[in-house]
Write a protein of this length. Structure first.
Length: 153
């Protein structure tokens, strides 16, 4: 699995909406400004998340977006699968996006066996984490002091 910029922005936008979860909608410009996501790109991403059932929208002057369900009910794995596709590192171990590999003996392939374990670990972790977990972690990290070691130089 590779998380593209589109996937990263989708998760950041959902985290932003999750921090302000409620009946009201959030203007797209607010999310764009706070998260540093280009507005036009964010519009495409949020539309895709809407078709996936993760967000709802209201059109017009008072329009915007909100989560379609509570942050606790949105698993990260579902979002990433919707935006990116397979969680598996190679196609022959994907449960939802299987692709035949070039191995002469697929059932006995050592690489496939290892990549299946990687897929299971990644999928298990992402299935157990939700947008609420991202919101909680975001809140905690924003309250902690930053040390120079936290910056990647």
């Amino acid at each position: 699995m590779k998380l593209t910029v589109r996937g990263e922005y989708a998760l950041r936008a959902l985290t932003n909406l999750g921090r302000r979860y409620g009946p009201h909608v959030i203007r797209i410009q607010e999310v764009s400004d706070v998260e540093g996501i280009p507005k036009r790109f964010l519009e495409q991403i949020l539309n895709d998340l809407r078709t996936g059932g993760f967000v709802e929208s209201r059109r017009g002057v008072a329009g915007g977006y909100r989560l379609a369900k509570s942050p606790e009910r949105i698993p990260l794995a579902a979002v990433i699968r919707h935006i990116e596709g397979a969680l598996a590192p190679i196609g022959c171990v994907s449960e939802n996006y299987y692709k035949k590999c070039n191995c002469p003996d697929e059932p006995r392939c050592a690489l496939r066996s290892v990549m299946k374990e990687v897929r299971d670990a990644v999928a298990g972790m992402l299935e157990s984490l939700t947008v609420a977990d991202l919101v909680q972690r975001s809140t905690r990290l924003r309250s902690e002091p930053i040390s120079p070691a936290d910056y990647h130089i």
